[in-house]
Design a protein around this ligand. Sequence first.
Ligand code: GRF
Length: 199
Amino acid sequence: MSEFRVGVIASHNGSNLRALHKASLAPDARFQIALVISNNSGSGALAYAREHEIPALHMSGRTHVDPDDLDDAMRIALLEHSVDLVVTAGYMKKIGPRTRKEYSSRIINIHPALLPRHGGQGMFGQAVHKAVLESGDQVSGPSVHLVTEEYDTGDVIAQTEVPVLADDTVESLGARVLAAEHTLLPLVVRQMAAGEHSE
Ligand code: GRF
């Protein structure tokens, strides 16, 4: 069976990349991590990829000053590595229009709240969990959604609910949501590799 090839784009730690990569090593996995791209040359994601001999590229406003050049370079790198699905996992930038067009409906993102709640510009990291706690919501959890031009607005593909506890802090809630991300994202990718969730 030809393997479904996943490109992961991440800015920082890369714990979702690690979860995806581990899942891809299972005997019944239907996908492999074909490429990792990061805009941050010092990211945990790039370090992990290099350690595990996954093709890894640093691409940013430093390597490509013109945003259109960066967009094109990313699109071409994904095509050259025969990537079928692009996963942004903690990528702090927008994917350019040329890459979005090339990979139309084949770019997904993971967000640490139940979209459409608590998404959009500026809603990343601890700000998300702070907003959830302040809203009084009793549940939170990750959403996997299609990437569109605007942050966190594409169709939601899957979500997992986790409870918000009375004594939660931003850190404790964030850790509970992140743990759920590490299960949800590999599950969705596996399903997409199997042809489910296709438009
Ligand atoms: C995750 O919480 C994800 O939902 C958000 O950024 C974080 C990335 O974490 N988009 P990691 O780099 O995968 O550890």
